[in-house]
Design a protein. Sequence first.
Length: 417
Amino acid sequence: MKKPTKKLNKNLTLLLTGRVVSDIGSSIQMMIMPLYIIDIGGSAALVGLFSFIYLLPILLIYPFAGVMGDRLNRKKIMVIADFVSAGIVLILAFISGTGQMHIGILFAMQVIVGIMYGFFDPATKGMVPQLVKKEDLAKTNSKIATLRILAGLVAPLIGVTLYTNYGITLLFLINGISFMISGFSELLIDYKFNKKTVTNGFIGILKDLKAGAVFIRNNTMILQLSLYFLLVFMFIQPVFGVILPLVFRTKLAYSDTQYGYLQVILLAGALLGSILVGVIGKDKNLKKLLVSGIGIVVVVMFVFSGLTYQGVITILGNDSISYFILFAGILFLLYTSIMFISVPVQTLIQNVTPEDHMSRVFSIVGMISKGGMPLGALIYGVVLDLIEIHTALFIASIFVLVVSTVFIKAFSRIKEV
């Protein structure tokens, strides 16, 4: 009995090691990208467009990537995706180092990296349930989230320091190397692929995709969770990728180093949330955790919109310690509450999905639930050139409140939870 457990732990450790290393590299680069775009003369619309261009390919490739994850060797998919991403980011480092970087090149390369992540993510989510017991899924998902957040905690201060002193080229280089290390780590995973009898060709792929879609349509819980994410996170995710860097650059007088501190605080909130979910997140508590997280998110969104109001900033001071503490504290709570939503949702879906449907179900769920994010980033980017930040956030908060209220009422009646 001990030997299989040790083997599973070894494989899970290799998987987590690869993810942690690549997450550090990706976080270092991606955290700086909005600042870099603004620094080279980009507008809010351009920052929003960057988020849109990064997320859209992921969503478009998700359904087909999920089918591939159920048909093909998930380990090979992950390794290939990491090595291709490494090559692309290292090319960016070369182009930047030779002084030939152009915003069009940056966007085009980011599309390819996004596509690779679109293949990587469903394969990873499909592999995890094969490496641990079903009753350990909630704890394992919490552990994965915690380790990824710890990796993210390291990234902001490193990223800001390196960007300030050495520029964007070094960040590309570090990210490219991190993808390579991740790929080599995944190569060492002892993963047995059971080849399935499937219909070949494009028709076969469409049939598998349809089977996954039918499964989701017939599962009320998964369908409602996916639609809720689609509507709500369209307005929440751009807060970190579009609103935050814009507020820092246009309304506040803090340094890049303090921006790095803020990123650390945000991830500390996510870390606290993932740890708490792991401690109290037994199956019978998942619904309660989810509803609690939604409630906190709604309240925090309204408070955050008030903090970005110019009158509040003027009273507290745009470079004062008191405002920074309030600003960081509210975003800390927002990230903590998001973990009370994301980890239970992933665990609930894994618990009711058959292993041979796992990748395609998560890919379709990912496409639906994240479908609003690129559109949200694009909308924020355009709208913020027309109206004040606090007004846009207040309108978004009202929308989140209405959708969350409707969802909680419907979700409480589902017997599958």
